[in-house]
Ligand binder design. Structure first.
Ligand code: ADP
Ligand code: MG
Length: 976
């Protein structure tokens, strides 16, 4: 019979595996927003998002509400990395009537204890603000522990928040709504209320000390935070006390009940209720059913009732009672004492299982119950006690293994190394418990290497650490918000930028005021005709644009043939062959390197090199000897004098070939062809990449009348009414204007948007403070523009430096340097690697900002850069990236809003529907840029319905399409 009982209490490894599986399911249920309400394992967010890093420093108060006492502590953290903290504490007996009385009386009592403690210890300076952590070991629904930046939250939810919205920099107090009392407490008017607020109000009522409740936690969290092992924090807390519970650091994105998606958050599993839905049915014995029936809440906390200290003694008692009744123990004598609840304590069970003193302990425990045990009875009782404890430890291990496997999986690790902080009377009661726990966990979660770290005083010193971590994070948060505040633009800021852009556009289009504008507003001679018949054409160039909504469908299909295209001025120099056919556009291309010596050598050498590349390309494509029309995408600022005539205004992007500025680039190309005796070149059009992008998108979408580039640089073109273009002759129809908007702000009009970080980036670039524009004498109506011939000596490409791929990474790097300097990042350790210019490329922003990207991967990116980032560092870096890219997208939107609104106005429309053709790797690859751009644009230009169309190789295809349209028109006209 004893053997049978022992067998019943034995849980096989297989069954434990199943329990682990059920626990994993229950955890997943608790984490999910949808199933949370039905979950037995509640997985409550604690808003503890960081483990201690050793820099926590200062004095904190703790109040711990225990089963029968209130404990107050004053803890001083040294902040030097080791955990030797100083601690003073006091225990106050909690009268029974208070536990059952009014809620207000309970919190008044706690507040009085606190004041008495501070008075007595002579610690509290009534003038000083004291932070307090509240250990409240009941099930609470928490909402936040420390303030997350409003802007960052908005970013995560996909809502744009404007500067000033609720971010006053003060830490917001935590909130915790008591779900249900337990452990003998039954105070009225507390369930469903925020216990932090109740405590804070009670403390304030005393009018004695300035105490702020900054953290709320249960003792499991305190346990996890109270210890570390070999410098590695514990990421799991496990308590096996009267009851049992656990917590662990979960990936923020998995904690759906909290609106945090980045970083980690400690989740309080509340696993005591595991099995309340029947998941433990193949473990539960008749003894467990009896224990459950006699408990306060039958049917509840089934897992806890198999493990917790309140119950182990009871289980053993029921086993013994049954065996005694069957006559299997005590020589068949009756054992009436075993019928009384709680006569056998768990502490005694833990003493009985001891190898050396256990038998004696069994004897005295039984004798104390008025029994006369034989030697064999004692042996049997010891075996039974061991079975109950072994089972408890095994089940606990199954739960722990579930947590560890979950962590390992959700962090996408093959192996997890974790320190588990353990506390509680059952765990500490006998070494055997920990040994079994360790051994079974290892078997059930073989992919995890676990170290159990005995924790001391989780409710006290652990709570102090939690509180100090909360303070550290709040301080960091304040500093980060402060640092990023200048980058966070309000709606009003952006409206101002929009208005400025509009002003500069108007100035730039006007012949008289063009020189005052920071943007050039260059006519491109890409024309649009208004009549939709395909008849209109520009007399000056013989060119008829194909980009008006009315024209594209009727004119494009006619453009057939094979064309060559050159793309110079992007990241790569390319030669392309483009087949325009009925079924679409097909192309092949080749990238050619332009050696630095050629980029910065003579103009002749540069254009000779280009001809060599064309020759090579023609050979490779079998096009040698054919004369093909060529479109030239030349993405440098040019004064366009005709479709095939463009005078270079200045080099950018690292080019500085001599003798080119002020000359027609098509002419230079033709001269090189002559020098190289290449006779098959027919350059028919030269366009900027923005124009090429607009044209190539216009092929697919007739309403594409804006071209936008957000790649290495940024620029925009759009169709302007000729009557508004004072810098080109004619008043009829439209012309595409190449804004060269990268230079917006070079006249100082954006200076208040510029931050210190932007200035640092500006100062370190090739062209700070240098003139970007060289006025060209060879310009139409130069007599009128005499004044404009003077060179402008202004900082270059201000707008571009806030937006484009060449700079965003650098801005981030400077902000990170500032964070390191303020000891917020990398725990204040200097990071020489971060001093390296351009180490932080813009493509890293794209990777880091990917939605739901595991922090491990963010950290991986940073580690690749040899930046030794912790998880918290990764969260901060991500936030910096978000702020920088958000601002870039918003500013870009402000510019576009000015463009779209101007188009709408000059067409006299109440509403404008327009498509923007976009190219550029930053726009295309960044996970949020386009979304932010579009949303901001809607806010800034509500009367414009703007669609974005990504161009597929606009800078290559676009030039060929311009050439194609030109050829068709020229053919129709016949030889000129
Ligand atoms: P270009 O503008 O020179 O014609 P691209 O449009 O390809 O060429 O843009 C290249 C620039 O895009 C690079 O200089 C870099 O700053 C940026 N970039 C490259 N990869 C990414 C990425 N994954 N995410 C964001 N930006 C990127
Ligand atoms: Mg490009």
């Amino acid at each position: 019979q004893v053997q049978r009982a022992l067998l019943e209490l034995t849980v096989s490894l297989e069954t434990l595996q199943e329990v682990k599986g059920h626990m994993l399911e229950a955890m997943a249920k608790g984490l999910s927003q949808q199933t949370h309400a039905q979950a037995t394992v509640h997985m409550l967010p604690t808003y503890v998002c960081s483990t201690p890093d050793g820099t926590e420093k200062g004095d904190v108060l703790v109040v711990e509400l225990g089963h029968s006492h209130v404990r107050t502590l004053w803890v001083t953290l040294p902040g030097d990395g080791n955990q030797t903290l100083q601690l003073k504490d006091q225990l106050f007996e909690l009268p029974e009537d208070i536990m059952q009385g009014k809620g207000e009386a309970l919190f008044d009592f706690i507040a009085q204890c606190l004041c008495q403690f501070l008075d007595g210890a002579g610690l509290g300076d009534p003038q000083q603000r004291l932070p307090l952590g509240f250990v409240f070991p009941f099930s609470c629904r928490q909402t936040r522990l420390e303030q997350a930046s409003e802007a960052a939250r908005g970013h995560r939810r996909g809502v744009l928040r404007w500067r000033g919205a609720g971010a006053d920099g003060r830490a917001v107090p935590p909130q915790g709504e008591l779900l249900a009392w337990s452990k003998g407490f039954r105070c009225s008017d507390v369930e469903g209320h925020d216990v932090v607020q109740l405590l804070q109000a009670a403390i304030n009522k005393q009018q004695r000390y300035h105490v702020n409740v900054v953290a709320l936690m249960n003792n499991t969290v305190g346990t996890m935070m109270s210890c570390s092992m070999e410098g590695m924090p514990c990421e799991v807390g496990l308590v096996i006390d009267a009851g049992t519970n656990s917590c662990f650091m979960a990936e923020g994105c998995h904690v759906e009940m909290a609106e945090e998606t980045s970083g980690r958050m400690c989740v309080n599993t509340e696993w005591g209720c595991f099995g309340d839905d029947g998941a433990l049915s193949n473990v539960l014995t008749s003894y467990d059913q009896s224990v459950d029936q006699e408990s306060h809440e039958p049917g509840h906390k089934r897992f806890e009732k198999l493990i917790g200290g309140l119950y182990l003694g009871e289980i053993v008692r029921h086993v013994l009672a049954k065996l005694a009744a069957e006559g299997a123990l005590f020589s068949g004598a009756a054992a009436p004492a075993l019928g009384t609840k709680d006569v056998l304590k768990t502490q005694q069970v833990l003493e009985i299982i001891d190898d050396e003193t256990g038998l004696a302990a069994a004897r005295s425990a039984l004798q104390a119950l008025g029994l006369a045990p034989s030697e064999q009875d004692c042996c049997h009782v010891q075996q039974l006690c061991r079975a109950v404890v072994t089972r408890a430890a095994g089940l606990c291990a199954a739960g722990l293994a579930a947590i560890l496997s979950h962590m390992c999986q959700s962090r996408e690790l093959e192996r997890l190394k974790a320190n588990v902080a353990v506390d509680g009377t059952v765990y500490r009661g006998h070494a055997r418990f920990g040994e079994i726990l360790q051994r079974i966990t290892k078997l059930l979660a073989p992919e995890c290497t676990v170290t159990l770290v005995p924790s001391v005083d989780g409710g006290g010193r652990g709570a102090a650490v939690v509180t100090a971590v909360a303070l550290r994070l709040a301080a960091q948060r304040r500093e980060l918000d402060q640092l990023l505040a200048p980058l966070r633009l309000s709606l009003a800021d952006l409206q101002r930028v929009q208005a400025l852009m509009r002003r500069e556009m108007d100035l730039g289009l006007n012949q008289e005021t063009n020189a005052q504008s920071s943007i050039r507003m260059l006519p491109t001679y890409v024309r649009n005709t208004p009549d939709g018949t395909g008849e209109g054409r520009d007399e000056g160039t013989g060119w008829r644009g194909c980009c008006s909504p009315a024209h594209t469908p009727c004119c494009l299909p006619a453009e057939r043939g094979v064309f060559l295209a050159l793309d110079l001025g992007g990241t790569n120099f390319r030669v392309l062959v483009v087949h325009v056919e009925q079924d679409g556009v097909h192309m092949a291309s080749e990238i050619y390197a332009i050696p630095l010596a050629i980029m910065q050598g003579t103009g002749e050498a540069l254009f000779d090199h280009i001809i060599d590349c064309i020759t090579d390309f023609q050979q490779k494509q079998g096009l040698t000897g054919q004369v093909l029309p060529l479109g030239f995408t030349f993405s440098f600022p040019c004064q366009q004098l005709g479709l095939d005539k463009a005078v270079l205004l200045s080099w950018t992007k690292g080019f500085s070939a001599s003798g080119c500025v002020g000359r027609d680039v098509v002419q230079m190309l033709r001269e090189a062809a002559q020098r190289k005796q290449h006779s098959g070149l027919d350059v028919v059009a030269v366009v900027n990449d923005t124009v090429g992008t607009m044209m190539s998108c216009g092929y697919d979408d007739p309403s594409c009348e804006i071209g936008l580039i957000v790649g290495t640089g940024t620029n925009t073109c759009y169709m302007e009414e000729m009557k508004n273009v004072g810098t080109a002759e004619g008043d009829e129809g439209r012309m595409c204007i190449n804004m060269e908007w990268g230079a917006f702000g070079d006249n100082g009009c954006l200076d208040d948007i510029f931050t210190d970080f932007d200035r640092m980036v500006d100062e370190k670039t090739i062209n700070p403070g240098k003139q970007r524009w060289v006025r060209v004498a060879a310009r139409r109506r130069s007599r009128v523009r005499g004044a404009g011939c003077a060179q402008r000596r202004l900082p270059a490409g201000r707008f571009e430096k806030l937006i484009s791929g060449m700079y965003l990474g650098e801005i981030v790097r400077y902000i990170l340097l500032a964070l390191v300097e303020r000891r917020i990042l990398f725990r204040g350790k200097p990071s020489p690697k971060l001093q390296t210019r351009d180490i932080f490329q813009t493509k890293f922003l794209s990777t880091i900002e990917i939605d739901g990207l595991a922090l491990r991967q963010v950290r991986g990116v940073l580690h690749e850069l040899e930046l030794d980032a912790s998880f918290e560092d990764s969260v901060l870096v991500r936030e910096v990236c978000q702020a920088v890219s958000l601002r870039a997208a918003q500013l870009c939107a402000a510019g576009l809003a000015a463009v779209a609104e101007k188009m709408r106005e000059s067409r006299g429309l109440a509403q404008l529907a327009v498509t923007v053709g976009v190219d550029g790797t930053l726009y295309k690859m960044h996970p949020r840029f386009s979304q932010h751009l579009q949303r901001t644009l809607r806010d800034l230009a509500p009367k414009c319905f703007v669609t974005f169309l990504q161009s597929e190789d606009g800078s290559g295809k676009g030039a060929a399409l311009v050439a194609a349209v030109h050829c068709r028109v020229a053919q129709a006209q016949g030889p000129q």
